[in-house]
Design a protein around this ligand. Structure first.
Ligand SMILES: [Zn+2]
Length: 257
């Protein structure tokens, strides 16, 4: 892709996001009642260069057994596909706008709500799931797991998964330790709770600012965002950064099965 094309792509992405932001604002104001009205605006005329997940399959070259040797969490997915993964933690700001944003944009985002956040508003998370957002485990009450026994860590991880299951009837298979903090007990506890992967990140987007732990965005990078009042800004920054790097967002759950 030439620099010019990339510039055009970038402009187009910004336009899509602007339209989307407007659609969400209108929807929040109550004048736009059905998501069906918002979808065509976003999806047409040609598909955005974003991975909706529909056509994504795990590449044959990706051996997930080699990927998960169980000795440390995953910070990025070792793939040569030009993809990045957007993940969103916690769920402090359970604004209905975020469900509408996900539903109208179909961004390939995976969320990690805590059990407490899930129990507080199960219907909200059912809405998120219905909007195409897979939900994964972020423990029950967000402790720093390093200060807890393996048994206590398992109680936290299993309870987080149980809350998600009770709310949505979907079973998490990926756990993200709060603060990215872990020890050997975390890996063991995760296995005990039926988790297939323990996942951290290599890129953070917070308050519209992006921080790279590995210097820049690479194929397989995992981006960490939070469901806060800044979510839309952070999502825009994440999508634009991916665009600039020539990478398309993909569902983490399509790669870590
Ligand atoms: Zn968290």
């Amino acid at each position: 892709m030439s620099r010019e094309q990339r510039g055009t792509e970038r402009t187009r992405l910004r336009n899509i996001l602007t339209v989307l932001a407007a659609a969400v604002t209108i929807a929040a104001a109550g004048t736009l009642t059905t998501p069906a009205q918002a979808t065509p605006t976003v999806a047409s005329p040609d598909p955005a260069p974003l991975d909706t997940g529909a056509a994504v399959t795990t590449p044959a070259s990706l051996d997930t057994r080699a990927l998960w040797d169980g000795t440390r969490p995953i910070y990025f997915v070792p793939t040569t596909n030009r993809v990045v993964f957007i993940t969103v933690d916690d769920g402090i700001d359970r604004n209905i706008r975020w469900v509408q944003l996900m539903r109208s944009g179909r961004w390939p985002v995976v969320m990690f709500p805590t059990g407490e956040m899930t129990d507080a508003s199960p219907a909200y998370w059912r809405g998120m799931l219905a909007a195409g957002v897979p939900l994964q485990d972020h423990t029950y009450s967000h402790p720093d797991l390093r200060w807890h026994s393996t048994y206590e860590q398992a109680v936290q991880i299993c309870a987080g998964a149980r809350s998600i299951y009770q709310a949505t009837r979907t079973k998490p298979t990926i756990v993200r330790p709060p603060y990215g903090a872990w020890n050997a007990g975390t890996l063991q506890a995760a296995r005990q709770c039926g988790m297939r992967y323990v996942v951290n990140w290599d890129t953070v987007v917070d308050h519209g600012r992006i921080t790279y732990a590995r210097g820049y965005l690479r194929p397989g990078s995992i981006m960490l965002l939070h469901l806060t009042p800044n979510f839309q800004t952070d999502l825009t920054v994440a999508l634009e950064a991916a665009q600039r790097a020539g990478l398309r967002p993909a569902y983490l759950t399509n790669y870590l099965r």
